[in-house]
Design a protein around this ligand. Structure first.
Ligand SMILES: Cc1cc2nc3c(=O)[nH]c(=O)nc-3n(C[C@H](O)[C@H](O)[C@H](O)COP(=O)(O)O)c2cc1C
Length: 202
């Protein structure tokens, strides 16, 4: 079984999403001996923003001079995603969405003919069978019932994106309200720990 571990927080050391994604991976590794884990840190090795050259290269055009490294990194990112059975993503909320580093990675995965295609009935995702686990961290609270729920363009984006690729098996380990004082923060971290234990036991 192949596990792809993605981190995208720009914070190191005291990042909650990094801590939670690492705990999810450790729990799954304990549960599945022989698990092959590949880690990609998008904050330390970011992919460039999508350009016309990337789109052309995805359809087989040669890389323009100077962009070979970034194009190869994007192709490797896609290959790693395609090879993964499980993808664990550390995804903080930044400005109501995902970090731009994570968005740049998503942009390299949505490749027509490889991860999705359009048919007469509309889009068809080609990645069914994979499992995605999102380790989500947020300063505020956006879960269902919150007055701010409509401002969640982080988890909602990831759910829509991977659903578009045909992945229905998406779980979230969520720590939210982290900036709302020590009691809420402690409760959020405890709730995330409980969710990790639940996922590991499933
Ligand atoms: C650049 C930046 C933007 C943020 N934007 C939001 C936001 O829009 N909504 C929110 O609830 N929290 C926001 N936060 C708080 C983070 O979601 C929170 O600190 C979270 O723990 C970050 O994940 P990390 O600890 O893995 O870095 C922001 C934090 C940073 C650094």
């Amino acid at each position: 079984m192949n596990l792809l571990h993605i981190d995208s927080s720009i914070l190191h050391g005291d990042s909650v999403s990094r801590d939670l994604s690492a705990q999810v991976v450790a729990a799954l590794a304990a549960r599945h001996p022989g698990l092959q884990v590949k880690h990609l840190d998008l904050a330390t090795t970011p992919l460039g923003h999508l350009t016309q050259a990337h789109l052309a290269a995805q359809q087989g055009a040669p890389a323009p001079a100077g962009q070979e490294g970034d194009l190869a990194a994007g192709q490797q990112a896609l290959a790693d995603f395609l090879a993964a059975d499980v993808v664990v993503i550390g995804a903080p909320m930044y400005n109501f969405g995902v970090p731009s580093q994570l968005k740049a990675w998503l942009d390299r995965l949505a490749v027509a003919g490889q991860t999705f295609r359009y048919g007469e009935q509309g889009p068809v995702g080609l990645c069914g069978g994979k499992k995605v686990i999102v380790a989500s961290s947020r300063g505020g609270q956006f879960s269902d019932g919150s007055p701010l729920a409509a401002m969640d363009h982080q988890e909602a984006h990831l759910r829509a994106f991977f659903g578009f690729l045909g992945i229905q098996d998406l779980s979230v380990v969520r720590a939210e309200g982290l900036a709302m004082g020590p009691a809420v923060r402690e409760q959020a971290l405890a709730s995330a720990q409980a969710r990790i234990a639940e996922l590991a036991a499933a």
